[in-house]
Design a protein around this ligand. Structure first.
Ligand SMILES: CC(C)(COP(=O)(O)OP(=O)(O)OC[C@H]1O[C@@H](n2cnc3c(N)ncnc32)[C@H](O)[C@@H]1OP(=O)(O)O)[C@@H](O)C(=O)NCCC(=O)NCCS
Length: 162
């Protein structure tokens, strides 16, 4: 594998993300993420191999009990590029952003049957918080938006100030 680089997503990453993440992630979903990032509703990172975007993660700074926290979401690594530490690097980058933005921790929601992701987060020090709940999100495809309901758990990790 070529050298790994992580940077903020650009709208010009759309085609590379589509070729790496499709068909699991429809092009409409990728476009919606890039549009939200452009309009400032989310921060979106991409991981590049040989200068092509092949993985992505998004984050938002939120307030919880007056304390800033980072929500990590939409972590996807192209199937051909998995098990090479790319998700680990993207999560580490989001944690660095959390520290730089004065957040006390990072949290995420993960489906209870997503054993690969749960194993990744546990390895990185995330701990389940509370009971499973039904998480709802909108999946976009050429068939239009569809509400997905997944039994999920919240996982958290504190980050230390710089
Ligand atoms: C989950 C996902 C993001 C992991 O990406 P990745 O780049 O392959 O992960 P990494 O190579 O950084 O893995 C780091 C560690 O996570 C764990 N892990 C990753 N994939 C795993 C799998 N399929 N089974 C078990 N453990 C796994 C391992 O402990 C791994 O360390 P190791 O390779 O040294 O054993 C990727 O499989 C993916 O994109 N899946 C589909 C989308 C998704 O589920 N996203 C998360 C939503 S919350």
């Amino acid at each position: 594998m070529g050298k790994l680089e992580i940077r903020v997503a650009r709208s010009s990453d759309e085609a590379d993300l589509h070729s790496a993440l499709g068909p699991d992630i429809p092009i409409e979903q990728i476009r919606a993420r890039l549009d939200e990032a452009e309009s400032g509703h989310r921060m979106m990172l991409v991981a590049l191999v040989d200068q092509r975007a092949i993985a992505t993660a998004s984050w938002q700074l939120l307030m919880e009990d007056e304390s800033p926290l980072v929500r990590l979401f939409a972590l996807d690594v192209g199937e051909r590029f998995r098990r090479r530490g790319i998700a680990r690097s993207l999560v580490a980058e989001v944690e660095t952003e959390a520290v730089q933005h004065g957040a006390s921790g990072v949290f995420l929601e993960v489906a209870v049957d997503n054993l690969a992701a749960i194993s990744l987060y546990e390895k990185l020090g995330y701990v389940q918080d509370g009971e499973p709940f039904v998480n709802e999100w909108t999946r976009r495809s050429n068939a239009g938006p569809e509400t997905v309901r997944e039994l999920s758990v919240l996982m958290r990790k504190p980050v230390l100030p710089a």
